[in-house]
Design a protein around this ligand. Structure first.
Ligand SMILES: NC(=O)c1ccc[n+]([C@@H]2O[C@H](COP(=O)([O-])OP(=O)(O)OC[C@H]3O[C@@H](n4cnc5c(N)ncnc54)[C@H](O)[C@@H]3O)[C@@H](O)[C@H]2O)c1
Ligand SMILES: O=C(O)C[C@H](O)C(=O)O
Length: 340
């Protein structure tokens, strides 16, 4: 019979094994900031539905108590808690390993994403400040627009707090990839779930650069069709804004894309190998300080930036104007943090 000391050692080993194990049973605590919004609610639904999430923390300045009560009746394993208002902001982030931020106002027809800067810059700054204090090691996914500027804002805030790790802050550009996959599949009669087209650059207009030459499976288009497809992907957000006619921008497809990105982060956190996602991150791949490229993800965020890969002349010709635009967007974000 095992002695009491042996039993206690075995128990400790079990605890340690659970702590260090990288099996998919470890899963993750995720916080959604802006959880009551058009993106926040369906994103929270998808996260609640997933067996990859153990704890779901929902923060917003309104309605999260109700959203959390509603989701908590789902018979899935994660525990959901709602936090409302600035007094509960820090509590909402305690223990968070992944923070997804869809807080802030969306576009109306006629607006650019940059027109959202004045409202959303301070929202992202304040949420990033709380993250830097409460969960500085969390992986942060920023959905709030203009992503080209909000990611530099969050990064500067973390730097000011002495907590900046460029491998842990991501601008979520997955919707551009999802759209590219959908549009290419539609044109070529393919199963969209089997299409994967990287999108590099940023997340606004000419900064969105689909790399159709690197699509799997390999696809080809006549030059006119390629140009039209590239422009449709670049303008897809505006297509939805126009169709919603004043009722906001993409929410459901964004929730889907945001969930896809979050699940990839969780799987990488849990030690799964070979997880690759495009995201807008600190980068030295081009002259723009932040740039989206395919990234190999690991337990600490970016494991390796996979860079631009081989571009066609057409794709290459789109990079320089995108970089020039990004530099302006990045400077605007950085200067905002210096001044405020
Ligand atoms: N990255 C992308 O691909 C992508 C795609 C779609 C939308 N977006 C952006 O996502 C953002 C949200 O869009 P939406 O349609 O969900 O908007 P929404 O207005 O429906 O929801 C935004 C939510 O943010 C909350 N909020 C406002 N200030 C807050 C604060 N200080 N702290 C926490 N929450 C706060 C609001 O109460 C609201 O519930 C917009 O900026 C939009 O442009 C980005
Ligand atoms: O277009 C927008 O304003 C929202 C989002 O960035 C999108 O691409 O759908």
């Amino acid at each position: 019979m095992a002695s009491r000391r042996t039993l206690s050692l075995l128990n400790n080993l079990k605890k340690d094994a659970k702590f260090f194990s990288t099996s998919s049973k470890d899963l993750a605590k995720v916080a959604v900031m802006g959880a009551s919004g058009g993106i926040g609610q369906p994103l929270s639904l998808l996260l609640k539905q997933s067996p990859l999430v153990t704890d779901l923390s929902l923060y917003d300045i309104v309605h999260t108590v109700g959203v959390a009560a509603d989701l908590s009746h789902m018979d899935t394993q994660s525990k959901v808690r709602g936090f409302v208002g600035p007094d509960q902001l820090k509590s909402s982030l305690e223990g968070a390993e992944i923070v997804v931020i869809p807080a802030g106002v969306p576009r109306k027809p006629g607006m650019t994403r940059d027109d959202l800067f004045n409202t959303n810059a301070s929202i992202v700054r304040d949420l990033a400040r709380a993250c830097a204090e409460v969960c500085p090691k969390a992986l942060i996914g920023i959905i709030s627009n203009p992503v080209n500027s909000t990611v530099p804002i969050a990064s500067e805030v973390f730097a000011e707090a002495g907590a900046y790790d460029p491998n842990r802050i991501f601008g979520v550009t997955s919707l551009d990839v999802v759209r590219s996959n959908a549009f290419i599949a539609e044109l070529k009669g393919l199963d969209p779930q089997k299409v994967n087209c990287p999108v590099i650059g940023g997340h606004a207009g000419i900064t969105i650069l689909p790399v159709i030459s690197q699509c799997t499976p390999s696809v080809s288009f006549e030059p006119d069709q390629l140009k039209a497809l590239t422009e449709r992907i670049q303008d897809a957000g505006t297509e939805v804004v126009k169709a919603k006619a004043g009722a906001g921008s993409a929410t459901l497809s964004m929730a889907y894309a945001g969930a896809r990105f979050t699940f990839s982060l969780i799987r990488a956190l849990n030690g799964e190998q070979g997880i690759i996602e495009c995201a807008y991150v600190r980068s030295d791949v081009t002259e723009a300080k932040y740039f989206s490229t395919p990234l190999l993800l690991g337990p600490n965020g970016i494991e390796k930036n996979l860079g631009l890969g081989k571009l066609t002349d057409f794709e290459q010709s789109l990079v320089a104007p995108a970089v020039e635009e990004l530099k302006k967007n990045i400077k605007k974000g950085e200067e905002f943090v210096k001044k405020h």
